[in-house]
Design a protein around this ligand. Structure first.
Ligand code: ADP
Length: 612
């Protein structure tokens, strides 16, 4: 279940449960409190009933005892009543009444007239009163003990009457009736301490006593015609003071009653018990409004507890959900991380594989390149050699001329020497031989230089005298310079030691000089200028000619292999590309441009070997 779904469920649950819990707890607590109060009321009622019975019954013996009194009997036996005797009896009754704590004790003649009473001297004295209508009198005069509850017709006070017949000495038939009235009001006063309302009803259901004055003289159900006749004939209560108040049992809870009292409807819980000896019923009533309030309190408390429990469970569930969600998120991110890691590893493996394949290809390419480079180098060397041979070829005619001259001179000197020898001119012969030796030495020099140049070099780099190389190269091209009438101007440094290979350097210089002479064929005053400058450890040598210079469009291409403007068989187009390669291999640079004077200018830089 998702957290939002859980929240919705949880809120709906508490919204649905809360009224249910409130209702159930209200009903249960109401029932519990009601039963509790009912049993408490029943307990109090039982105590009250036995107390009431005991309080009343304790006087029941009194009329019986008094009926045996001789003075009463004598007074009743007298036809004419003596005032002394009446007074004497009155005194006695008054005394007994005071000692017994009863309301009044009085003596009645058989026709119902009261002849003596404990209250003989009171304003509302019973003396002279006739109570023939009272059932207690009727019973007693019939020879039985009587008891009765009524509102006093003379006193207006409620009381319980005990009566006993007084029998004459000669005859056992009653000659009078002795009555004891017990005061109910006093008894009621002691009931005020009870927290509930007690009702005491007679056999007709009339509430004749209660600790709540409102309830007195109310009937708990409608009185029958007979009952009403009985009450009025016995003058028990004035019928007009009786009001009906119906106790309607509440069907929802046994023991609950609805009562309309003084126009106000109220609910009571009630207990009821009979007092058989007195033929009474006692009721205990307690307002049920407290029950509803207390039950509401319990319902609120239960709802609060339920809400608190729900809150705790809800919070802990939310926490559990959050934890689970975090855990799931963590697991998910771990899974994603692992997937990413696996993918990365897979890609690394693939890339490594591709790289190793590439590596393999590269290795193959490198070895192919190396092979090609070696091939190139070999071809280059052969080309350089071929170019050298070509240069040699070019020089061949000049060299031939160079060698022919001394050869012819030698031959002349030798012929003359023969002449001088035949003339015994030894001195002149010797002079000719010296000249022949000088010429042959010169020829040897030329051939040595050519031999050296035509050799394949080992390409070793070392400290080389640049100016010596310049002179050697000029010597090689000397005859061509001469025939082309080219003058050479040298503006060289006094000491120009560089890192180079002398043969290669000479090859470059010869090529530059040959190109210059080729270019100056049309010049009227061909000349070559050699300049040298030294800067920051580098020596720059410039070869400037007086030719037409290099066409600007051709300038970018002249170092390309096989680029030539010369006719087939004259130029190969390799001289400058090989020369540039040689200078680069020596760590320098060969550049071409046009000199301000109009001719071409070639300059190359070489690393100075000895710092001044
Ligand atoms: P080749 O001499 O066989 O033509 P090079 O590589 O030595 O080959 O020269 C290439 C070209 O550069 C020449 O054909 C020429 O056109 C041009 N060149 C070289 N030196 C000069 C120069 N001093 N003056 C004018 N043009 C030159």
């Amino acid at each position: 279940m998702s957290i939002s779904l859980y929240k919705r469920f949880s809120y709906l649950l508490i919204l649905g449960l809360l009224p249910l819990i409130a209702w159930i707890s209200y009903s249960l607590s109401y029932r519990y409190l009601l039963e509790n109060d009912l049993s408490a009321a029943a307990g109090q009622l039982s105590f009250f009933a036995s107390d009431l019975e005991a309080e009343i019954e304790k006087f029941s013996f009194l009329p019986r005892v008094l009926s045996r009194n001789q003075k009463l009997k004598e007074l009743l036996s007298e036809d004419s009543l003596s005032a002394t005797m009446i007074s004497d009896v009155n005194q006695d009754l008054s005394y007994i009444n005071a000692v017994s704590n009863t309301e009044v004790i009085y003596l009645m003649r058989p026709e119902g007239t009261t002849i003596a009473a404990s209250n003989w001297d009171a304003k509302d004295s019973f003396v002279g009163g006739n109570f023939v209508f009272r059932p207690y009198f009727k019973n007693a005069i019939a020879g039985r003990e009587g008891r009765y509850f009524a509102l006093g017709t003379t006193s207006g006070r409620r009381g319980y009457y005990f009566s006993a017949p007084v029998s004459g000495d000669l005859t056992r038939a009653p000659v009078g009736v002795i009555v004891v009235k017990v005061n109910i009001d006093k008894l009621e006063e002691t009931w005020q301490e009870y927290a509930m309302t007690f009702l005491v009803t007679d056999n007709n259901g009339v509430v004749f006593s209660s600790n709540s004055p409102d309830w007195r003289f109310r009937t708990l159900h409608p009185l029958s015609e007979d009952a009403l006749l009985d009450i009025s004939s016995n003058q028990q209560y004035p019928v007009d003071i009786l009001k009906q108040t119906t106790l309607t049992p509440d069907k929802s809870y046994p023991g609950l009653l609805s009562v309309v009292l003084n126009g106000k409807s109220e609910q009571y819980l009630s207990a009821q018990q009979p007092i058989k000896a007195l033929n009474w019923n006692v009721y205990a009533l307690r307002p049920a409004s407290g029950l509803a309030k207390a039950s509401l309190g319990y319902a609120a408390l239960a709802s609060l507890l339920a809400l608190l429990s729900w809150g705790l469970i809800h919070l802990s569930s939310l926490r559990r959900f959050n934890l689970r969600e975090k855990f799931e998120l963590k697991q998910q991110s771990e899974r994603q991380l692992k997937e990413a890691h696996d993918k990365l590893e897979q890609r690394v493996v693939q890339r490594t594989q591709a790289l190793s394949e590439n590596n393999q290809i590269l290795k193959q390419e490198i070895s192919d390149r190396r092979f090609a480079e070696n091939e190139l180098r070999r071809t280059q060397k052969e080309l350089i050699h071929a170019a050298k041979l070509a240069t040699l070829g070019q020089l061949a005619s000049g060299i031939t001329h160079e060698l022919n001259q001394p050869l012819a001179a030698i031959s002349n000197y030798a012929e003359n020497a023969q002449q001088f020898l035949s003339n015994n001119n030894v001195a002149q012969t010797n002079t000719n031989l010296v000249e022949i030796l000088k010429l042959s030495e010169r020829m040897s020099n030329i051939t040595t230089q050519l031999k050296t140049f035509s050799h394949k070099t080992d390409d070793q780099i070392g400290i080389t005298d640049l100016n010596k190389c310049i002179h050697n190269a000029l010597a090689i091209v000397k005859s061509r310079l001469k025939t082309s009438n080219t003058s050479v101007t040298l503006e060289l440094l006094s000491n120009a030691q560089v890192f180079a290979n002398d043969i290669r350097l000479e090859q470059v210089l010869i090529n530059l000089f040959s190109n210059a002479m080729d270019a100056m064929q049309e010049s009227s005053h061909p000349f070559i200028t050699l300049e040298q400058t030294k800067e920051s450890g580098w020596i720059t040598t410039r070869v400037i000619d007086s030719g037409p210079g290099i066409d600007e469009t051709q300038l970018p291409h002249i170092f390309d292999a096989f680029f030539t403007t010369k006719s087939v068989g004259v130029g190969l187009g390799l001289g400058l590309s090989i020369s540039s390669e040689i200078i680069q291999n020596l760590g320098g640079q060969l550049r071409a441009s046009n000199h301000a004077s109009g001719g071409a200018q070639f300059e190359f830089k070489l690393k100075c070997a000895i710092e001044p």
